[in-house]
Design a protein around this ligand. Structure first.
Ligand code: FES
Ligand code: FES
Length: 164
């Protein structure tokens, strides 16, 4: 007989309690138990970054985090980015900069960048490249994503200044 565990997290500022089976990952809990499906399941083995979220401010791959190990933690997903109305500056920058095509990588990219900007509000281009180095995008070629991250930080990127 499987004994479920009770786990509580603070998800985007709201307390969430759940019963989970042993070995349930944070990604599965988010998507399948709590119905927060913006965080994507790509490789499901830590290799693509689609499932990136923040746990207590740290960038993590939710597909390889057993939820039982983060009981009581503060979890941020892309659903929590926007304020009551309108878009978060990061979302606006991705929108304005055409940094999304199919969108599958976008929530993970945004959370990887948010993790960076929370710690370093004025990153260099190299800092952004490093921050998203574990996130795979099959569509954009990355330049628009890097530019959007810099735009969100209020830094005019080299490629956008060339275009201006
Ligand atoms: S789904 Fe988690 S890293 Fe690919
Ligand atoms: S926008 Fe399609 S994978 Fe990144």
């Amino acid at each position: 007989m499987t004994i479920n565990s009770r786990v509580s997290i603070e998800l985007n500022g709201r307390s969430q309690d759940m019963l989970v089976q042993p070995g349930t990952t944070l990604l599965n809990a988010l998507r399948d138990t709590l119905n927060y499906t913006a965080t994507k399941r790509g490789c499901d083995q830590g290799g693509c970054g689609a499932c990136t979220v923040l746990v207590d401010g740290q960038v993590v791959l939710s597909c390889i985090i057993p939820i039982e190990t983060i009981n009581g933690a503060r979890v941020e997903t892309v659903e929590g980015l926007a304020p009551g109305s309108g878009l978060h500056p990061l979302q606006q920058a991705f929108l304005d900069g055409f940094a999304t095509q199919c969108g599958f990588c976008t929530s993970g990219m945004m959370m990887a960048v948010k993790g960076l900007l929370d710690l370093n509000p004025a990153p260099s281009r190299e800092d952004v490249i490093e921050a998203i180095s574990g996130n795979v995008c099959r569509c954009t070629g990355y330049t628009s994503i890097i530019d959007a991250a810099l735009d969100a930080a209020g830094i005019q990127s080299a490629s956008s200044s060339k275009a201006a």
